[in-house]
Design a protein around this ligand. Sequence first.
Ligand code: ZN
Length: 361
Amino acid sequence: MTATVPILDGHNDTLTKIFAEGGCGMEGFLRGCEEADIDLPRARAGGLAAGFFAIYIRSTDPKPEEEPARDAQGGWTFTPPAIDPAWARAETSRLLDCFDALLAAAPDDIACCRTVEDVRSVIDGTRLGIILHLEGCEMISPDLRELDALYARGVRSLGPVWSRPNCFGHGIRFGWPSSNDIGPGLTAAGKALVRACNDRGILIDLSHLNFKGFMDVADISDAPLVATHCGCHALAESARNLTDEQLGVIAASGGLVGCNFFTGDLRGDGRFESDMPLTRMAEHIEHLVEVMGEQHVALGSDFDGADMCDEMQDVSRLPAITALLRGRGWSTEALTRLCHGNWLRVLDATWPDASQSMSPA
Ligand code: ZN
């Protein structure tokens, strides 16, 4: 057996899950938390070295999220409503406080990655690296007044929108089968947010943007373009997936796509069921490679935010995908690029040098 390659994963919603009311909290995360896809013991077992951990703000609607109604052909759409920015700010602040408490409780086990050096140190070391990401920026005002305080607290990545409208743009609503060319692009505030991220070296995630919003970021941003968790529209006509045209734009910018693990975006029949063979995920990864080249492809699980297939039920199963790809002829070099090498290159080109960083130690 060849040693497993350390993985930098592009997206999870674990902080939101464990720190939700009734979630297993800090102790659960450190010792083991059955209801979450990621906890520290299983992250170690699965070779997860680092990940983008999202601050994702749930809707205040108390109804549990259900699968949407389907038409006779199995098609469906789901349009999440906008949320109150005041609620988003309060919840962001609470989640960041929870995260700080987690870091303080387990400094030998968890690291907040603020620089590329921090990320390299966890890939070569034993701590789990957490890169803070905002999935939807409802906590930021149109004049961006909260952005620097969020940066100071460790945020190094953001998606202007989740799949709902806010002051920065219109997130792509969910749906299958569906184009992603729905709705207008970024607002003036959204365009200013992209420039402000470039100025500070904050990574911008394209994952929940519609086509016009995606192209607005591509036009404005001077950083490599990144979609942290998406699949291929050519293989599955989910509104959340990227067309080959979009993949070409990302590759030309020197960026990357983290292949999403969500069954609803991978299967191709628009269903969420877990009885999807892991080979389907490999097919999406290999399509990304075919269109963009292997230096532009990474992993973006969406653990704790989406339905996973039977063979990838939690983070401890990550070695199953690298073993499968190895069996399909992937070299150790190619797997290393997929698992973290491409991320390091993109972060090097996006985040400021540590020497110029304004982040506190
Ligand atoms: Zn997402």
